[in-house]
Design a protein around this ligand. Structure first.
Ligand SMILES: NC(=O)C1=CN([C@@H]2O[C@H](COP(=O)(O)OP(=O)(O)OC[C@H]3O[C@@H](n4cnc5c(N)ncnc54)[C@H](OP(=O)(O)O)[C@@H]3O)[C@@H](O)[C@H]2O)C=CC1
Ligand SMILES: O=C1CO[C@H](CO)[C@@H](O)[C@@H]1O
Length: 381
């Protein structure tokens, strides 16, 4: 068994996702476990090369984790042939330019979602990567959440019979920033800076729906800005020009109807920050980030509507927890390992830029649907 090291240029590590999930919980965690194991038993460690626009912030992170390589010069990092992979977790609006540069430099590309702000640009990235012959992948972390893995297990095991509908509820209250600090970066609430819940969350819903239930054939959405002004990181009031809630209906192949609410203006009255209820002819399930509960047709109670009487049935007690049956690793790390194997030994990696572009397309069509007040067919890309 041999161990080798490859360089990974990581742009955006001073941000929330780039630092926590990608650098600490994925790349450094992979090295701590001894690297990515390839099919022949060899191991590959990752040498992060931190890139960003603030030398001070990069130096802090590098010192904290004893990382020798960091720079504000993306071109220099891309010019180094030992750096095989370029990873991007910058703000969405900065993604396309940097990724195109990295493709041009012949790097294999892994990027956060959404890959671009428009479907045209997202497609252009996919085409540029294909033309250059570089591997490409987009983060689709929700597929690896324990709750969704359990849901997939139920689907694969035929638990539902014919699936009829999916109801998704995502969101929580994001503070306005005046009397309590906002817990998400302010650019998310400015359209001109690449913000908006549709662009943020519809790419997630797209790959979840496509992978678990089938192709998304149409969308109807209403996107709104419920809170028109917020206060940013500097304490300055700004106009919230991006949508902070979206109410969407998606029709899937085979007639499944999915209805997903996404909101940063909702107070949580559910067990998890995202939950999907799936109803089928033979059974139903409610899956969250970690847990999944089911009710089989044979154990379905028969409620009778009678508002004259107090409710005595405890409907939630009639559901059964799906067991873990396995250890669940961090989903971002699992995807990093898969991408490294894809680059080095051509292992399958379905979450490519083409699938990323389909997600951006759904966001774009969702926004168009909202603006025009109509249901829109989703053309196959
Ligand atoms: N898969 C998932 O679950 C999630 C994915 N995301 C995606 O990750 C990306 C980053 O989001 P998040 O980490 O929340 O954002 P942050 O605001 O926390 O981080 C943004 C990063 O981009 C850099 N940056 C900011 N402005 C610019 C600019 N104008 N030009 C170049 N770089 C810039 C920042 O550098 P600096 O520190 O110097 O400002 C920082 O490194 C987004 O595309 C978002 O959609 C976000 C949340 C969850
Ligand atoms: O992917 C995501 C999951 O949820 C987060 C919380 O609002 C979002 O920031 C995000 O982009």
């Amino acid at each position: 068994m041999s161990v080798r090291t490859i360089g990974v240029v990581m742009n955006g590590v001073t941000g929330r996702m780039g630092y926590r999930q990608h650098l600490v919980r994925s790349v450094l965690a992979i090295n701590e476990q001894g690297g990515v194991t390839l099919s022949d038993g060899d191991r590959v460690k990752l040498r992060p090369v931190l890139v960003g626009r603030s030398a001070g912030k990069l130096a802090d992170i590098a010192a904290r984790h004893a990382i020798p390589d960091f720079t504000t010069d993306l071109d220099a990092a891309l010019a180094d042939d030992d750096n095989l992979i370029y990873f991007d977790a910058q703000v969405t609006s900065a993604r396309v330019k940097a990724v195109l540069k990295a493709i041009e430099a012949g790097k294999h590309i892994y990027a956060e979602k959404p890959t671009a702000e428009s479907a045209q640009e997202a497609l252009a990235l996919a085409e540029a990567a294909t033309a250059k012959g570089v591997k490409n992948g987009v983060v689709q972390d929700k597929l690896f959440l324990p709750g969704l893995l359990k849901l997939k297990r139920l689907i694969d095991g035929g638990f539902f019979g014919r699936i009829l509908s999916v109801r998704g509820e995502f969101g929580y209250w994001v503070f306005e920033g005046d009397w309590q600090e906002a817990q998400r970066p302010s650019w998310n609430y400015r359209g001109e800076d690449g913000g908006g819940i549709v662009l943020d969350m519809f790419p997630h819903w797209h790959y979840v729906l496509e992978n678990l239930f089938g192709r998304v054939e149409s969308v109807y959405a209403r996107a709104v800005t419920h809170i028109p002004s917020r206060v940013d990181e500097q304490g300055v009031t700004y106009q919230a020009t991006a949508d902070d809630a979206a109410y969407g209906v998606f029709e899937l192949e085979g007639g499944v109807i999915a209805q997903i609410n996404s909101s940063w203006t909702v107070r949580v009255n559910r067990d998890e920050l995202v939950e999907f209820q799936v109803d089928g002819t033979h059974g139903s399930a409610v899956a969250g980030l970690r847990n999944c509960r089911v009710q089989h047709r044979s154990a379905t109670p028969k409620p009778v509507w009678n508002p004259d009487l107090p409710v005595t049935a405890r409907f939630r007690d009639d559901w059964q927890e799906v067991p873990d049956n396995m250890e669940f690793d961090n989903g971002f790390k699992i995807q990093w390992e898969a991408f490294v194997r894809h680059v080095l030994e051509d292992a399958p990696f379905p979450n490519d830029f083409a699938s990323g572009a389909r997600g951006v397309q759904l966001a774009e069509l969702g926004l168009r649907s909202s603006a025009e007040g109509r249901r829109i067919e989703v053309p196959q890309l």
